[in-house]
Design a protein around this ligand. Structure first.
Ligand code: GRF
Length: 188
């Protein structure tokens, strides 16, 4: 089975997933894709010897080159790991129930446009939440509204800063996302 990982930033999740899958027979991370030529994920991919594909908005939204390439590479599962753009509907339609994402909060709370990356943790702290966590879900055309696959939570102490929450949540991401991806691929 072959997976492709989309990332826009540091790529720590992408790295953890790719590393985890190297120990699983018949599953490989074929490609890492990014919309950000400065993304840290590019260096991580290079160290992991995984090809990187960079694209801009025009390519991503005004052509179906990315979709066609993923189909040509026979990608079985598309994994979003800190990817900051909405997936084009033609790509979502070409890979029904084959695109998953991780959101750094307990959806349906703190989801939707603008609620990504650090903003989520600020909102969680501002709301006085006593817990936060991760949500791994299928991707459809409306950001964070796809079917939920897995959630894990962590406590938020009154003294926690957004940075503290981010650290606790990222630990959950690294602990669970690789395994969930492997389980999804094994079940195909
Ligand atoms: C993670 O917090 C993820 O939940 C969010 O963006 C961040 C990506 O981190 N979508 P990294 O690029 O995988 O280190």
């Amino acid at each position: 089975k072959q997976i492709a990982i989309f990332a826009s930033g540091s790529g720590s999740n992408a790295e953890k997933i790719a590393e985890y899958l190297t120990n699983i027979p018949d599953v490989e991370t074929t490609l890492i894709l990014s919309n950000n030529p400065k993304a840290g994920v590019i260096d991580r991919a290079r160290r992991l010897h995984i090809p990187v594909l960079l694209f801009d908005r025009t390519t991503f939204y005004e052509s179906n080159q990315v979709t066609r390439l993923l189909q040509a590479q026979k990608i079985d599962l598309i994994v979003l790991a800190g990817f900051m753009w909405l997936m084009p509907s033609e790509l979502v339609q070409a890979f029904p129930d084959r695109i998953v994402n991780i959101h750094p909060a307990l959806l349906p709370k703190f989801g939707g446009k603008g609620m990504y990356g650090h903003f989520v943790h600020e909102a969680v702290v501002a709301a006085g939440e006593t817990e936060s966590g991760i949500t791994i879900h299928y991707v459809n055309e409306h950001y964070d509204e796809g079917q939920i696959i897995f959630q894990a939570s962590c406590p938020v102490a009154p003294t926690d800063s957004p940075e503290d929450v981010a650290r606790h949540v990222q630990k959950l991401e690294h602990e669970h996302y690789p395994r969930i991806v492997a389980e999804l691929v094994a079940a195909m």
